[in-house]
Design a protein around this ligand. Structure first.
Ligand code: AMP
Length: 217
């Protein structure tokens, strides 16, 4: 029986991307970030990327059929048989239902959910100060996690910049979209007894410990 897959839920800026890497490594899961897949598709100018770009720039959600298609392809890939760590997906109830159906179709265990909860005012401060590297998207924060040399990624040396959707007005829109469209899916996992809640108003090492403890409980 393969390990259960995990979906990381939480508002933008909750630290899903930061937590995904160690969690996936620890549990032998394949990390899949739909935001990262979509940004790569936009950069490459693929049909999915061209269709997604204007929604992303406006801080809105990319239509379900595009994102669900990307995730279905990943689940059908035998390389993900050992389980997936999904970060940024699902973001709507329809996506959560499509995900369960796809796992069932491939005889994989239904995914567990970890919800990282952070108050909005903390998220605004985190996202406005976030900087990412041009090549790989490694994340920094101007105050809490500055790079060793200003404006340069410690890991691959590429220049750091603000993500287009981390502009203040777009941040507010993304948070509103989260509360309206994504929060309702928490109930989807809670009702089926698959939800683990973790407080994310802390440093990343502490959040990592809290997630491990929640999944052990
Ligand atoms: P993220 O890197 O997870 O913050 O995602 C960046 C942007 O990509 C989001 O603001 C959305 O526009 C889009 N996106 C990522 N994942 C999804 C998803 N599951 N459903 C719809 N849009 C998504």
């Amino acid at each position: 029986m393969p390990a259960a897959s995990i979906v990381l839920l939480g508002p933008p800026g909750a630290g899903k991307g930061t937590q995904a890497t160690p969690l996936a490594e620890e549990r032998g899961l394949r990390h899949l970030s739909t935001g990262r897949l979509l940004r790569a598709a936009v950069k490459e100018g693929t049909p999915a990327g061209r269709a997604a770009e204007r929604y992303m720039d406006a801080g809105g959600l990319v239509p379900d059929e595009i994102v669900i298609g990307l995730v279905r392809d990943a689940i059908a890939d035998p390389a993900t048989e050992g389980g997936l760590l999904l970060d940024g997906f699902p973001r709507t109830v329809a996506q959560a239902e499509a995900l369960d159906a796809a796992f069932e179709r491939h005889d994989r265990p239904a995914p567990l959910a970890v919800l990282i909860e952070v108050p909005d005012e903390v998220l605004v401060e985190r996202l406005a100060g976030r900087r990412v590297c041009a090549d790989e998207g490694h994340e920094y924060h101007v105050e809490h996690r500055p790079p060793e040399s200003p404006g340069v990624c410690d890991i691959d040396g590429s220049p750091l910049g603000r993500r287009d959707d981390d502009e203040p007005e777009t941040i507010r829109r993304r948070l509103a979209v989260y509360h309206e469209e994504t929060e309702p899916l928490v109930g989807h996992y809670e009702r089926s007894g698959r939800l683990h809640r973790v407080s994310g108003d802390a440093g990343s090492a502490i959040i990592q410990q809290r997630i491990a403890a929640a999944l052990r409980a």
